[in-house]
Design a protein around this ligand. Structure first.
Ligand code: FAD
Length: 428
């Protein structure tokens, strides 16, 4: 991709399940479509890297469908924000890009939620999804003793994957109580494929303790994590390990939608039945609109792609399937809702903003995110509040008050791109 100025009828941001489905639907219906992703891979968090080794048949089918649909792929291209009302500013290793759109579909997915507790910044402490991603790309985990903690089905999925790679999974500790998980598991009878997937994972993890109603209260070690202290609310105990993989579920990547002016409902992008956001011409799909898993993301993406191509009738036919997956997502959210205790794990001296070294006691003296940011620089480091901002929402109930581009770290060259005033012809 060498052109710096590009124009498409439909631009899709994010090549996970939602973005792939949206790009296929739009391109198959005759729209000149581009799929933009900041990684070199198709498939998003769950499938990335699988086109080379298609272990997952569903991923392979979608990648093949995308190839046949003949949409343009703008990979390694990070969207930094709007350059103007109908143009995105993006960054590619070869230089900045300006991407004009007539309809824009946002499918930027979600990231892990980390909640601070004493020792959480020690080397050896990872997010489960982050550790899985490192391991999938070759970081050696064989023989490592790993404790998983936090919340959500990702703990089981990651534990199973790491065990297959030769790691020794010491224990999996889910903060949700057993009663909620039993009622969620009973509901899975209506989702045979999900039930079978859960059963396969439990079989892979046979012999590994899976505890409910247990959460981490401390990570121990000098220079490097050596053990984790766990609690069930009544007692505490320590487990020796080499790595801790701890995450408390997922939070949507809403920075780009917010920078474009999209309204949120609670923390998710508000969409109508066609997946259209509150901004004309901008649609959203997948984890941006609710945490529901890859199948929910696929059907939402397809509806958005069809609606953006003017194929409302075809989109309407998918709405019953979407409603079913949304019910599944709601059950998931209820089962793994965070208990109050996990919002109170930080001690006074625990660092909450690790980029700018801001402690819990300093942050809690402020009334809101903006004040804390102005006085302490929290959220102004390289993660731009993507870690501590999400934590502050749980710890203090603070919302993100404003978002300004760039929504992801960018090179100065991209921000001073002279094509913003350049009159050279746009490649159509
Ligand atoms: C770290 C992590 C690991 C996960 N692992 C699993 C798993 O093993 N099994 C499982 O069932 N579910 C997993 N999930 C959940 C899974 O990702 C979702 O259920 C579902 O696949 C989401 O699909 P999506 O298309 O909405 O988003 P995603 O799959 O997250 O895709 C979003 C894509 O958008 C790209 N993107 C975001 N912002 C920009 C930008 N500004 N510019 C360009 N590109 C951008 C991202 O790099 C990503 O490729 C994981 C989630 C996370 C966060």
């Amino acid at each position: 991709m060498n052109e710096t100025r590009l124009r498409f009828e439909v631009v899709v941001v994010g090549a996970g399940p939602a973005g792939l489905a949206a790009a296929c639907a739009a391109a198959e219906n005759g729209c000149r479509t581009a799929l933009v992703d900041d990684t070199p891979w198709l498939g998003g968090q769950i499938w990335r890297g699988q086109q080379a080794h298609p272990a997952n048949p569903k991923a392979a089918r979608w990648v093949e469908r995308f190839r046949r649909a003949k949409a343009s792929l703008l990979d390694q291209c990070t969207v930094l924000g709007p350059a103007d009302r109908r143009t995105l500013l993006a960054e590619h290793p070869d230089g900045p890009r300006q991407i004009e759109w007539e309809r824009l579909i946002l499918a930027a997915g979600a990231r892990e939620l980390f909640l601070p507790f004493p020792g959480w910044t020690l080397p050896g402490n990872f997010g489960p999804g982050g550790l899985q991603s490192l391991a999938k790309h070759g970081w050696p985990v064989a023989g490592k003793r790993i404790v998983l903690a936090g919340s959500g089905p990702l703990l089981l999925a990651v534990g199973g994957g790491l065990r297959k790679m030769g790691a020794s999974i010491v224990s999996i500790n889910e903060q949700a109580p057993l009663s909620r998980l039993i009622s969620f598991a009973t509901g899975l009878l209506a989702w045979p494929a999900k039930l079978a997937q859960a059963a396969r994972l439990k079989w892979t993890l046979r012999g590994t303790p899976f505890r409910c109603g247990v959460w981490p209260v401390g990570a121990e070690g000098g220079e490097q994590l050596r053990a984790v202290t766990l609690s069930d609310g009544r007692r505490q105990w320590m487990e020796a390990c080499d790595l801790l993989a701890c995450g408390f579920g997922l939070v949507p990547n809403v920075e780009l939608p917010l920078a474009l002016g999209c309204q949120l409902d609670d923390e998710f992008v508000r969409v109508d039945p066609w997946q259209a956001s509150s901004v004309a011409g901008v649609y959203a799909a997948g984890e941006l609109t609710g945490i529901g898993g890859a199948d929910a993301a696929l059907v939402e993406g397809e509806i958005a792609g069809l609606a953006a191509s003017g194929k409302e009738e075809a989109a309407r036919r998918l709405m019953a399937r979407r409603a079913a997956w949304r019910r599944f997502g709601a059950d998931l959210g209820a089962a793994f809702a965070l208990r109050e205790e996990v919002a109170r794990l930080a001690a006074a001296e625990t660092v909450v903003c690790r980029c700018e070294d801001v402690r819990f006691d300093r942050m809690k003296s402020f009334a809101g995110w903006r004040d804390a940011k102005l006085q302490t620089r929290c959220g102004m480091g390289s993660c731009q509040g993507r870690v501590c901002g999400a934590a502050a929402r749980v710890l203090f109930g603070w919302g993100m008050e404003s978002v300004r581009p760039p929504v992801l770290p960018a090179r100065v060259e991209s921000l001073c791109a002279d094509f913003l005033t350049d009159q050279s012809p746009v490649r159509k």
